[in-house]
Design a protein around this ligand. Structure first.
Ligand SMILES: Cc1cc2nc3c(=O)[nH]c(=O)nc-3n(C[C@H](O)[C@H](O)[C@H](O)COP(=O)(O)OP(=O)(O)OC[C@H]3O[C@@H](n4cnc5c(N)ncnc54)[C@H](O)[C@@H]3O)c2cc1C
Length: 314
């Protein structure tokens, strides 16, 4: 049984759901001791974390500095925690926060890092990750005494592994010069569901035609409990916000259900959603590439099909 650190992300006071997959990977069916590393109040979340395999919850702070003001300080505090508890394997999310923090940690420790993994094997020290815009996957072995990796949000299905977890407070005592200081965090649209956390996503492409027409998708999404995404063409045309873009230069998502409406299925879009569990495509062209890549294809006009789905859900 080895000790594995799981970096837990908390946004707006809530544990991100995709962290549960990180705990599941770290626990490896109860074979490892999982230290859930948190930076905000852990008490109220004790239950969720221990339900998914955390055996210890380490609440990290520094009596010398406010860690939340600098990712550099957080990275140093995590390294101190790893040294304190003998943590040689660290897993987090390949989210914007995780990409930043894990890179800082690996770089400071001068250890290898693999990001955007779709599975990890802590015993063999291997990961699976996709390459070439999702056209191939590779099994990569980490040749190091340390194992540091980021997991694609939602790529690993959370599995309950209930137990008792102990809460520990750890003062990392870090301070001093910081490279970057966070002055303010601005919320873009607090009502919008986070694409990377969503179980269901309905996305629109260029044919949606305008920002106003996206209301068709928004209405369907509200009935489905889904987040709304977009192709780059829809974003470039100003129909949707950049934060909604799915794909190689947008967000990488792995929802349970992805509904592509009027999206051709270009490789750059597919790269961002191919790990969705079920893909449904609505397209007027029976030869559109997306129809060769989906689980269910509907050949038809999105302006008829989407409102019909919404109506049926009502
Ligand atoms: C470096 C690089 C990075 C890129 N990154 C991204 C990225 O991150 N994300 C991304 O999405 N793209 C990205 N692209 C762009 C990508 O190559 C495609 O151009 C883009 O995804 C196409 O968007 P689309 O499918 O919405 O539009 P289109 O290519 O115009 O396809 C529209 C589709 O809708 C169908 N259609 C038309 N009318 C209707 C209707 N009424 N109802 C139903 N179906 C209809 C058409 O048959 C067609 O298949 C990138 C490109 C490059 C070069």
């Amino acid at each position: 049984m080895s000790i594995v650190g799981a970096l837990i992300e908390i946004t707006n006071g809530k544990i991100k759901k995709s962290n549960l997959g990180v705990l599941t990977a770290a626990s490896d069916r109860g074979n490892n001791e999982v230290y859930a590393l948190v930076f905000e109040d852990a008490d109220s979340r004790f239950n969720t974390l221990e339900q998914y395999g955390a055996t210890r919850i380490v609440r990290i702070s520094s009596s010398k500095a406010d860690l939340m003001k600098s990712p550099d300080l957080i990275a140093r505090a995590i390294i101190k925690t790893m040294e304190e508890y003998g943590i040689m394997s660290l897993i987090g999310l390949s989210s914007p926060i995780g990409k930043d923090l894990l890179s800082r940690i690996a770089s400071r420790m001068n250890k290898p890092l693999i990001q955007d993994c779709i599975s990890v094997d802590l015993t063999k020290k291997t990961v699976i990750k996709s390459h070439f815009s999702g056209k191939t996957t590779a099994e990569v072995k980490i040749e190091s005494d340390y194992f540091i990796s980021g997991i694609r949000p939602n790529a690993i299905e959370p599995a309950k592994s209930p137990g008792k977890a102990e809460i520990i407070s750890f003062d990392a005592l870090v301070d001093g010069p910081v490279g970057v200081r966070i002055k303010e965090i601005k919320q873009s649209d607090s009502n919008r569901l986070d694409l990377t956390e969503a179980n269901i996503i309905i996305s629109g492409g260029r044919p949606v035609g305008s920002e106003k027409n996206f209301s068709i998708l928004n209405e369907c999404a509200s009935k489905l409990g889904a987040a709304v995404g977009a192709s780059r063409s829809a974003v470039d045309a100003g129909f949707a916000l950049h934060g909604m873009q799915v794909g190689q230069t947008g967000k990488t998502v792995s929802p349970k259900l992805y509904i592509a409406c009027g999206i051709s299925g270009a490789v750059q879009h597919y790269a961002g959603m191919k790990t969705s569990k079920i893909i449904v495509a609505i397209n007027t062209d029976k030869d559109a590439p997306i129809l060769g890549k989906c689980d269910y294809g509907i050949i038809g006009d999105l302006f008829e099909i989407v409102p019909a789905i919404t109506e049926a859900l009502k």
